[in-house]
Design a protein around this ligand. Structure first.
Ligand code: GAR
Length: 208
């Protein structure tokens, strides 16, 4: 059984999707053993507590720079005997001290079709604002491994939704969450826990 540690900063609907998937037997070979929040007030912490999942709070604002923060996260991950790290609405970029030690063991959900609308500064609603400002007709979400560059690691799964006339960032965000994020994040986590994601030449492939 792989130990899954989920990192959160906000509402935690993706964490909830993972909890629900685990409860219904759809995370094969893995168990959420800890939730770590960068934000002491994140509602995601309530979701973890309601499901008896141990929590840790490592407030981002207590650390002067990303490296110092990442060192604290790294220590916690090691203490938790982490096999898989899931960034589920985690709004802090992790330094290489974490991404190199946990190479191909950190999965992120990004709310756009990478390589569009991604990288530093693209997070949360800002991503959907940028997609609507550009006028794209489809958007979606990407589940990918995390490396030393923001949103640049190997893509595992992607899913698409249509952009409709009159969409607001909030409406588009919700459509992408419901139709893509909440489905594909648990699916990718389950594939990882079954050792069904293969890396060849820096790219990720799902084994049948
Ligand atoms: C989600 O849409 C997630 O894809 C996005 O923030 C939202 C968090 O929602 N993540 C990023 O933008 C990371 N760059 P949640 O807290 O309800 O899961």
């Amino acid at each position: 059984m792989k130990n899954i540690v989920v990192l959160v900063s906000g509402g935690g609907t993706n964490l909830q999707a993972l909890i629900d998937a685990e409860r219904s037997g759809n995370i094969i070979g893995g168990k959420i053993t800890c939730v770590i929040s960068s934000n002491p007030n994140a509602y995601a912490l309530e979701r973890a507590k309601n499901n008896n999942i141990p929590t840790r709070i490592i407030p981002r604002k207590n650390y002067s720079d990303p490296k110092a923060y990442s060192m604290a996260v790294l220590a916690a991950l090691d203490e938790e005997h982490t096999d898989l790290v899931v960034l589920a609405g985690f709004m802090t970029i992790l330094d290489e001290c974490v991404t190199s030690k946990y190479a191909y063991k950190i999965i992120n959900v990004h709310p756009a079709l990478i390589p569009s609308f991604c990288g530093e500064g693209y997070y949360g609603l800002k991503v959907h604002e940028a997609a609507l400002a550009y006028g794209v007709k489809v958007s979606g979400a990407t589940i990918h491994f995390v490396n030393e560059k923001a949103d640049a690691g190997a893509i595992i799964l992607q899913g698409v939704v249509n952009v409709e006339n009159g969409d607001t960032p909030e409406v588009l965000q919700r459509r992408i969450m419901e139709n893509v994020e909440w489905k594909l994040l648990p699916k990718a986590v389950s594939l990882f826990c079954q050792d069904r994601i293969e890396i060849v030449g820096g790219k990720a492939y799902v084994k049948q």
